[in-house]
Write a protein that binds this ligand. Structure first.
Ligand code: A3P
Length: 310
């Protein structure tokens, strides 16, 4: 897929800011899009044709995307890899098995030839192509406590940041985060967009929480499989297939795989950077009382009484 000349946006007319990891991000369709991805996002938005059987793993960065990709891949492909010994998740990072669609569009990558096609996306809901919104394909969205997202993002983006970009002090990064200035931010509108759609169209969008997956992965794996139309049979349940998927995709298992300890996803992005602590509430080790107060206030303003995040 290629962008049409008439679709070209004059980037210089868009607001621009430095990101956590990228020299420049453009405020494109009301979200901060890294300059290196804007071409892919535009092509995705304008040209992508969804199929009824497509599945999209959607998330704000650092919300548990890698985990949900692993679980989704394991659920959808379980007939082909019934033996755990030769499972692709043992030798490939989940982002290789379920690539980001913005990157595929940008790089004019080959599309999967088998169905269902499963893609990852960080694009906010209003910028998804009409074909996704109009057909019966499925979206699973993972949301995480914004306190934990901030810490995870600050550390991750510092690891993968573009060369010559100065590191952000935690206070500087926090100020940007509170203003919504972060790759694919603002984080609140990203979450609210998918949350509202999941309420309006519960058969189309499944809204998951990182913390719920931590609490009871087996229950959530079963729920995801049912939502995607790949429910477990009684025989599979008796054979502990749900438990083995949860175990295969658990933080401890994934982090200790050779591919995730040493491989590279992109030239400057190590697979290991996607597996840091894998815990809830690690933020308490980083936040000062004033940071806690400020972010709590923003969440109250943006989310109100909704139980969107934990
Ligand atoms: P921390 O930095 O808090 O450890 P994403 O996949 O969206 O980039 O999010 C990365 C976060 O999810 C990181 O959080 C990472 O450690 C955590 N993570 C990755 N794989 C996980 C898994 N299998 N189980 C739980 N958490 C996982």
């Amino acid at each position: 897929m290629k962008a049409n000349a008439e679709d070209e946006i004059i980037l210089s007319s868009l607001p621009i800011e430095r990101g956590f990891a990228f020299h420049s991000m453009y405020l494109f369709q009301e979200f901060w899009c890294p300059s290196t991805l804007i071409e892919g996002v535009k092509i995705f938005h304008k040209q992508f044709q969804a199929k009824e059987s497509d599945i999209f793993v959607a998330s704000f960065p650092k919300s548990g995307t890698t985990w949900l990709k692993a679980i989704t891949f394991a659920i959808v492909n379980r007939q082909s890899f019934s033996s755990i010994d030769n499972h692709p998740l043992l030798t490939s990072n989940p982002h290789q098995l379920i690539p980001f669609i913005e990157i595929m569009c940008r790089d004019d990558a080959d599309w999967p030839s088998t169905e269902p096609r499963v893609f990852g996306t960080h694009t906010p809901l209003p910028s998804l192509p009409n074909s996704i919104m109009e057909c019966n394909c499925k979206i699973i969205y993972i949301c995480r406590n914004p306190f934990d997202i901030f810490v995870s993002a600050w550390i991750f983006f510092d690891n993968i940041k573009q060369e010559s970009l100065t590191p952000l002090k935690i206070e500087e990064a926090f100020e940007m985060y509170c203003n919504g200035i972060i790759e694919f931010g603002p984080w609140w509108s990203h979450m609210v967009g998918y949350w509202k759609e999941s309420l309006a169209k519960p058969d189309k969008v499944l809204f998951l929480k990182y913390e719920d997956l931590k609490d009871d992965a087996n229950f959530q794996v079963k729920r995801i499989a049912e939502f995607l139309g790949f429910p477990f049979t009684q025989e599979e349940e008796n054979n502990q297939v749900i438990e083995s998927i949860s175990k295969l995709c658990s933080f401890e298992e994934m982090k200790n795989l050779e591919v995730n300890k040493s491989g590279l996803l992109f030239p400057s992005v190590e697979n290991k950077s996607f597996f840091r602590k894998g815990e809830s509430r690690d933020w308490v080790n980083y936040f000062s009382p004033s940071m806690t107060e400020k972010l709590s206030q923003i969440m109250e303003e943006k989310f109100g009484e909704s139980e969107m995040t934990t």
